[in-house]
Design a protein around this ligand. Sequence first.
Ligand SMILES: [Zn+2]
Length: 152
Amino acid sequence: MQFLKRKFVKFLGFSILLTIYPIRSLLASAIKAINPNLSKKQRDIMFNEGTERPFSSELLNEKREGFYHCANCGAKLFASTAKFDSGTGWPSFSEALPGAFKTKIDYSLGMKRIEYHCAKCGAHHGHVFDDGPTESRKRFCNNGLCLIFKPN
Ligand SMILES: [Zn+2]
């Protein structure tokens, strides 16, 4: 009985894997690499859902007024007025520009997190949490390598 149960669980795990895998590859193929000048690290984050090292982004100290754009397709994503220092080591924003992102639930790392992608090109940018400092309660935790800052 115990043996059958184990076999069943194993079978179940395998079928789930088979079901998830094609969806993941479909999603991946929906991402359009537009910018041919992206570095290997940028590609890894944007198309393979990687993460840059904390406190490595030059944008952490960016305090000028302007807008943050997608490093892949150039879409305008955040206004500098939404940027704040979260202390996490990644550029953080309390809100995104309307329609800038699409979200997806991410269960990697054994927890449920909301992952967001550029609505225009599908590139992965980061995760959004509900512990932000403003009324929106949002904290967009964005990889700096996915952003290009254009001062006003
Ligand atoms: Zn984009």
